[in-house]
Design a protein around this ligand. Structure first.
Ligand code: PLP
Length: 505
């Protein structure tokens, strides 16, 4: 059952539960599973899943990738995570988009795709209690987990919604004061739950993020919390195996829906176009391929922060470049953490090479992969990006030609899809839609030529009237929701509020 180890070394093997509980490996690497993609590794019989529900597909995928969870545990997690907090019974419904397809990942409680993973991660976490962090340690039976997150918008709310009142856990979220949208801020400050804490921080996102990293790195602080409060700090970061694995499910669910609609025949190869930032969304598609799904091609769609596009075209990753704030904030990223897992698999599982590349990234902000490795990656992955004018044009032209209203993240993908050559061997192309357009009503209205001068809520109403679509009730209802968290703190106070929160857990 000890099937996971670090991308940077293989001297310490852990179970899936241990990997989820600790999040990141002791040497800073990401947990990976060596079996994946090998003849003896996990494999999914897709023929048996084509008429299955999302929940049954989820069970097959999670069982294959998290073998030490029992059937009962997985079924319980799935039932609780993918229930009626989703406003579509398909969970991730597939719709036609001209000659192509669009898979909507935003029907969860916070209207963004991070719900797919963050609705289930807390349920996994609750079932990792009594699991020692490393094999040779004994378990702290009463230990509870405090999740710390600095957020620039979407992740904070999705994490709050997932961890609210989750047994054995608490969550503290920090967002930069005045730097998130009105809707994003209200989504967080109105969060219900007895174990949640939300603070606005004076500073920008990087300041808050760096402070959270310092808190995690403070071993003395960790020991105090451990000894006196029986609380361990953890993160709900997208590098956690427990966030990656649930995302593999929607690739299978998309394929099953294509077969059910008669759009493809079982076995036909398909291509996905994936709005990507931290590389988690698209890496899950590669995992689906390694499990046996006929994925012919995976295309990264980036915004103006196009570091991944350059990497996939040249083999050089270089974060030494300007950072742009765009209308697709969740893809404004210069370090794509989950890329490390792809490097591991495409280097033929060469931990030493991955460690060297990551050292180079941390020292110099750049690395270059060997030519033959790049060639192998390019047989499956390609990449393209959209600037902000193209994003606006994509929102407008998508609505004009298909009737679908898309958000700015999805619009990066739409631009890339339209520009892409039609590949010979691909039977269907699927664009992943990662956020509801109602999370970004001002940008969307502007692109569509509608009035965008009022509040975010006025913009929602205009968008609804003009397009005949409906705002998700949870978003529209924020206008009159009670704000629970209004405290603004300095960076220097962050550790103190974490301490306070830990002792009340
Ligand atoms: C997080 C996010 C993405 C990018 O996903 P990654 O896993 O970082 O690749 C794209 N769109 C939206 C709306 C997101 O919230």
């Amino acid at each position: 059952m000890n099937t996971f180890h670090s991308t940077r070394s293989n001297d310490q093997m852990v179970t899936a539960k241990q990997a989820i509980r600790t999040g990141i490996a002791y040497d800073g690497g990401l947990f990976v599973n060596d079996d994946l993609g090998t003849a003896n590794g996990p494999h999914i019989d897709i023929a048996g899943l084509m008429q299955s529900s999302y929940q049954d597909i989820a069970y097959s995928v999670l069982k294959a990738l998290l073998p030490d969870f029992s059937e009962h545990e997985l079924r319980e997690c799935i039932e609780q995570a993918y229930g009626d907090q989703w406003d579509d019974t398909h969970i991730t419904p597939l719709k036609p988009l001209g000659d192509d397809w669009i898979l909507e990942l935003f029907h969860g409680p916070t209207s963004a795709f991070k719900d797919v993973a963050l609705q289930i991660l807390p349920r996994f976490m609750a079932r990792t209690a009594n699991t020692p962090d490393v094999p040779e340690q004994t378990a702290h039976t009463e230990e509870r987990i405090m999740i710390l997150t600095a957020t620039s918008g979407d992740t904070g709310k999705a994490a709050l919604a997932g961890f609210a009142d989750a047994p054995g856990t608490g969550i503290t979220v920090f967002y930069p004061e005045g730097k998130v949208s009105q809707i994003q801020q209200l989504q967080m400050t109105t969060q219900q739950g007895n174990n949640v804490h939300v603070y606005a921080v004076r500073g920008n996102f990087d300041d808050a993020q760096s402070a959270v990293k310092r808190i995690f790195a403070d071993h003395e602080f960790a020991n105090t919390l451990q000894d006196d409060a029986h609380v361990a700090l953890s993160s709900a970061n997208s590098i956690n195996v427990g966030r990656l694995v649930p995302q593999v499910v929607y690739y299978f669910a998309a394929y099953a829906q294509l077969v059910q609609r008669g759009a493809i025949t079982l076995g036909d190869p398909v291509e996905f176009v994936v709005p990507t930032g931290n590389f988690g969304n698209i890496l899950a598609g590669y995992y689906a391929k390694l499990l046996g799904l006929p994925v012919a091609h995976l295309t990264v769609a980036s915004d103006k922060n196009n570091v991944l596009v350059d990497f996939l075209n040249t083999g050089v990753y270089d974060r030494n470049r300007p950072f742009y704030q765009t209308t697709s904030p969740s893809m404004d990223i210069l370090i794509s953490s989950n890329l490390e897992r792809m490097l591991y698999y495409f280097s033929n599982k060469d931990e030493a090479l991955v460690a060297k590349l990551m050292e180079s990234l941390s020292q110099d902000g750049t690395y270059q992969i060997p030519e033959d490795m790049l060639k192998r990656i390019q047989t499956i992955f390609s990449a393209d990006w959209a600037n902000e004018d193209e994003v606006n044009e994509a929102i407008a032209s998508c609505f004009a030609s298909t009737g679908e209203v898309i958000d700015p993240h999805t619009a990066c993908g739409y631009t890339v899809l339209q520009r892409m050559p039609q590949r010979e061997n691909v039977a269907a192309r699927i664009l992943l839609a990662t956020a509801s357009p109602y999370k970004f009503p001002r940008v969307v209205n502007q692109a569509l030529g509608f009035d965008h001068t009022g509040s975010d809520f006025a913009c929602m109403d205009v968008l609804s009237q003009q397009t005949g679509t409906q705002a998700p009730a949870a978003l529209r209802g924020l206008e009159h929701a009670h704000e629970r968290f209004t405290e603004v703190i300095d960076i220097a106070q962050m550790q103190d509020v974490v301490r306070r929160a830990a002792f009340t857990l």
